[in-house]
Design a protein around this ligand. Sequence first.
Ligand SMILES: N[C@@H](CCC(=O)N[C@@H](CS)C(=O)NCC(=O)O)C(=O)O
Length: 228
Amino acid sequence: MNDQPILFIIPGACSLGSQITLEWLKIPYQVGITSPEIRQSEQFRKVNPAGKVGALKDGKVVVAENLAILLYLADNYASHAVCPPYGSNDRVLIYQWLSYLSSTLHPAFQHFNYPNRFVEDDYVDKFRELAEARLLVILQYIESNLSSNGFFLPTGPTLVDAQAYGLLRWCKKHNRGENLVDLTAYPKIRNFFAIMEQNPAVQNALLIEQQQAQALKGSLFAGYFEFK
Ligand SMILES: N[C@@H](CCC(=O)N[C@@H](CS)C(=O)NCC(=O)O)C(=O)O
């Protein structure tokens, strides 16, 4: 492995937020696309013993958990444009929202999308119904708290928006192509999608996920990491 940060991902997964952030930071980085076999390998378990993405290797530093990766990037690379400075009130909002996304929104999607991981077959339909109701409450909370500029923070786009986009996109199309959420009642979330999808960093991150790196514009993406 060389010295460029390597972000390990699954296309369609929660790792997209860190990838958008790397794009915003304008630093060269590689992406390692992981399969189930790779995530179980000894090589990958040294990066994340839990066998999950996101996971980051940056020189000798390895970081797992999306929240930790985002804060690591903020501490080590971020211009204040994507993360307000330590000690500011807005930095506190970053902590709050990242925590909310990791501890509340992400698990709510897991319950909704994968009910059979949590309950036996007989209970799946009821569990899923309850999970959907809970997810809608969470979406309403986000809808009510998006700033008037369309982003999470009143100062403009930050790594919270990057992570939120990577998760909220599961409302539109889950990577298994099912379990869509009707967003008619959430105009601010729909607007959030629109402004994020116009952003070149988001477009680049999505292209890299889909292995269409030849179409990138203004990215310092340094190539796909090859597992050996
Ligand atoms: N708490 C972890 C959750 C990570 C997680 O659940 N990642 C999923 C993708 S969204 C994953 O790696 N799934 C693949 C697997 O379980 O094999 C975090 O926030 O980073």
